[in-house]
Design a protein around this ligand. Structure first.
Ligand code: ATP
Ligand code: MG
Length: 588
């Protein structure tokens, strides 16, 4: 805790301190990556409870992921260990669940209601629809309505009503209802809403640019009087240029209209970036510039180090590209940066040496990870891959499994595992064909699902029934540990909010980034979101950034067109491992 003379705000720069100190109005902190948004909001809460006499129980911080919530709790513990125990740090879903636990009887739930996983959802929907296919259609229809921010009070299609009733019979809610039910409840009972407004006088929401319609309504109930007057103090933090969840219903419009929603609100900009070198920061801004949602964003690097420029590399094919990544990591671990090897430049002079956990390899789709994993394995470099939730709950998995039942086993029954692998692939193709308007997200999900299920299919020795049993037991796929001594393999989405000294973004090819599937129309907004994804990826890097693509995957991404010679340079291959060994041997 701060000493008697110092303030908890001493850990902030003047801009950040001014933002954290605004206590008399709703507050919007708009700032680019690495400017200390998360740090500022955490210090602000610590300031409130240790220095402003705000009871910790009045404070609510909302994040999007469990990991972000844990991270914030830990930072708070470090800043104000004696006061933070009672601060509520929730994800949107845990906040919804908290309200439902307290108000369960009001919505016809028992005190110990459960949360349906995807397999259960599908089973219930199938019961309602009569068969598997109609069940899936029903779920799809529901999620489409939800993504479109459907009014929870609007009468639902008959099937949806019965689906919900059946969930209720089993004392279950599904994941989306964790937010929808509290919204309906609070919107229809203002006395109850007032109770929660009184409880949480100080609300902070990090990554506000990714709020969706339902989450917005929930926040509105907690933060505003029916008249629209702010009830407590809502602080929203975010960066419109990092909004990357439109496909899940997020709408950056909520961020952009904050000032209209809360007319007395103050808006603050943070301009100093504490994360990245000048070349990386300027390069990222060159990439986002054509579609930036923040006019006149002028981000400056707080530490202007003489770091390497962004390395651009073209490989022949994905395996070659993966070898480039593995070779590059080896060199950086050894203390040299390969793009300036002609001049004999040694990277990180005076800087801390890099360890395995300092590296991240980022990609657009999960399936790109296989080639990287193989190259790292071959090079003997330990890595960990991040995925989020239970395998059975991953998007696309349920659809794929349902489809699998219709795909007959053919070919040689003796080839067990590979026979099942083949069936999975055919099931994915069949599912894509069957969904008339299969959007790129759905198609990508199905392909990802195949990749996820293949290792499991292998383990089950090709028995499908065994596969279903395994899945219903809830195979976990989230094993990522930020502190492990391993290289991180992450999708661009999963890298949100994180930072690493050295980052490789692979697959910077037209068609992968922006991601496009055959038959896709040209959707300008999706394309802009793809650009923002690359911006998010690039801005994870502190000192070293490499952007690569494989010629076999298509032309270089058009998003790289804005990079100039001040921020980037083309680089060739690192010295291949084998050649280096030979050289060493000769030297011996
Ligand atoms: P993103 O948009 O990626 O979520 P952010 O704006 O939330 O980024 P933070 O993660 O809070 O940024 O901060 C980025 C890095 O800069 C962190 O390592 C943080 O500790 C550091 N940092 C931020 N502000 C300061 C400061 N005033 N002094 C020193 N370090 C700082
Ligand atoms: Mg952040």
């Amino acid at each position: 805790e701060p000493s008697s003379t110092g303030s908890v705000l001493d850990g902030l720069d003047p801009e950040q301190r001014a933002a954290a100190g605004i206590l008399d109005a709703p507050l919007l902190i708009v700032a680019g990556p690495g400017t200390g948004k998360t740090r500022t909001v955490t210090h602000r809460i610590a300031h409130l409870v240790t220095e402003c006499g705000v009871p910790p129980g009045d404070c609510l911080a909302v994040t999007f992921t469990r990991r972000a919530a844990t991270e914030m709790t830990q930072r708070l513990l470090g800043l104000a260990p004696r006061h933070t125990g009672e601060v509520t740090v929730d994800t949107f879903h845990s906040l919804g669940a908290r309200i439902l636990r307290e108000q369960h009887a009001r919505v016809g739930l028992g005190a110990r209601f459960g949360i349906a996983d995807h397999a259960t959802q599908l089973a219930v929907a199938t019961e309602v629809g009569g068969d598997d296919r109609r069940g899936r259609d029903l779920l799809k229809q529901l999620s489409r309505t939800r993504r479109a921010g459907g009014d929870p009070q609007r009468p639902l299609p008959d099937g949806a009503q019965r689906y919900r009733a059946k969930l209720r019979e089993r004392d279950l809610v599904d994941f989306d209802e964790l937010i929808e039910l509290p919204v309906t409840l609070l919107e229809s009972d203002q006395q109850l809403a007032r109770l929660y407004r009184d409880r949480y006088r100080w609300i902070s929401v990090d990554e506000y640019q990714d709020v969706d319609g339902q989450q917005y309504r929930l926040l509105w109930q907690l933060a505003a009087e029916p008249s629209g007057e702010p009830a407590g103090n809502l602080t929203a933090i975010g960066d419109p240029d990092q909004s990357i969840y439109r496909f899940r219903g997020a709408d950056v419009g909520f961020f952009l209209r904050f000032q209209r929603d809360f007319p007395g609100a103050r808006t603050v900009h943070l301009t100093r970036n504490y994360r990245s070198s000048t070349a990386i920061l300027d390069g990222a801004q060159q990439v986002i510039a054509p579609d930036s949602l923040v006019p006149d964003r002028a981000l400056r690097a707080a530490h202007s180090r003489d770091d390497a420029r962004i390395g651009l590399h073209q490989a022949a094919d994905p395996a070659d590209e993966a070898a480039f990544v593995a070779g590059g990591i080896e060199r950086l671990l050894g203390g040299t940066s390969f793009h300036s090897r002609d001049s004999g430049h040694v990277a990180d002079e005076g800087d801390q040496a890099l360890g395995l956990s300092d590296f991240a390899v980022l990609y657009r789709t999960d399936r790109q990870a296989a080639a990287i994993a193989e190259a790292l394995t071959r090079a003997g470099l330990p890595f960990q891959k991040r995925s989020h939730d239970r395998l059975a709950d991953r998007p696309g998995v349920a659809e794929l499994l349902a489809e699998l039942r219709y795909v007959p086993a053919c070919g040689d029954p003796r080839d067990g595992g590979s026979g099942l692998a083949d069936r999975l692939r055919r099931a994915a193709r069949a599912a894509v064909d069957r969904l008339p308007g299969a959007d790129q997200a759905t198609t990508a999900e199905l392909h990802t699902a195949v990749d996820l299920l293949l290792p499991l299919a292998d383990r089950c020795d090709g028995d499908p029934e065994q596969l279903f049993t395994e899945l219903s037991l809830g195979v976990e796929v989230d094993t990522w540990d930020p502190r492990a001594d391993r290289i991180s393999l992450l999708t661009l989405h999963a890298a949100k909010g994180l930072e690493f000294p050295a980052v490789f973004v692979v697959g910077c090819a037209d068609g992968l980034l922006p991601l496009r599937w055959p038959g896709d129309g040209d959707d300008e907004e999706s394309r802009r979101e793809e650009r923002r994804l690359l911006f998010v990826g690039m801005t994870r890097a502190q000192r070293h950034l490499y952007l690569s693509h494989a010629a076999g995957n298509g032309e270089r991404s058009p998003f790289l067109a804005g990079l100039d010679a001040n921020t980037s340079e083309r680089i060739g291959d690192p010295v291949p491992r084998r050649k280096r060994r030979e050289t060493q041997l000769r030297l011996l």
